[in-house]
Design a protein around this ligand. Structure first.
Ligand SMILES: [Zn+2]
Length: 210
């Protein structure tokens, strides 16, 4: 009889110990300077972390043609845009930062826009400048989005690239200087050029006929 009450006592003690362990300890959060730690409900912060300024969810544009859609609020050709590398790092997702600012190359076949067949404008994922048109996109079989030409003159800059023991022509966004990919002269007609572009350096704005 005595043993039983002892067991019950131990069990009860164990239980209270367990409950004590699982109970949140508000005292560890209390010592914050400033406003008084009032009601516990004030801790519930709203989930407003959608601060992905570099890649806004683009809504489709309504225009009779892609060239006409270029007049719909895109940054004008010839305009420059610059940020410090720290600001770029803050603004861009890591994979995009690596491609645009560190001249990285995404793995072939992994780009989200590789298979995109919609009609529209490919913009720079760093600064939003229009770079390529869906009218010039073709399936190159390389695993990277490929185009026969930029959407307009003065949108894409090029530079000699001798890294990795190769002689290539690097392609950059004229507006922000972001690395896009490379251009080769083995493309299809009518230009014979192949702009081999990292999907990470591109965003897409669909253009729908009105
Ligand atoms: Zn750019």
């Amino acid at each position: 009889m005595d043993l039983r009450t002892l067991c019950l006592l131990v069990a009860a003690l164990g239980l209270t110990a367990l409950v004590a362990c699982n109970t949140p300890q508000p005292t560890t959060v209390e010592p914050t300077p400033g406003p008084p730690p009032s009601s516990p409900t004030s801790q519930a912060a709203p989930p407003d972390h959608g601060s992905q300024a570099a890649t806004p969810a683009s809504t489709p544009l309504h225009a009779p043609s892609i060239q006409a859609a270029l007049g719909e609020g895109f940054p004008p050709a010839g305009e420059k845009f610059s940020l410090s590398e720290d600001e770029w790092k803050e603004r861009l997702p890591p994979a995009t930062f690596h491609v645009l600012r560190e001249k990285g190359t995404e793995r072939a076949g992994t780009g989200d826009l590789l298979k995109n067949k919609a009609r529209g404008i490919y913009t720079c994922s760093g600064c939003g400048a229009p770079l390529f048109s869906s009218e010039h996109k073709f399936e190159s079989g390389t695993g990277w989005p490929s185009f026969t030409q930029p959407i307009q003159d003065r949108r894409v800059a090029s530079e000699a690239d001798t890294s990795y023991g190769m002689i290539r022509t690097e392609v950059l966004c004229e507006r922000c200087g972001g690395h896009l990919g490379h251009v080769f002269d083995d493309g299809p007609e009518p230009t014979g050029m192949r702009y081999c572009i990292n999907a990470a350096s591109l965003d897409f704005v669909e253009v729908i006929s009105p």
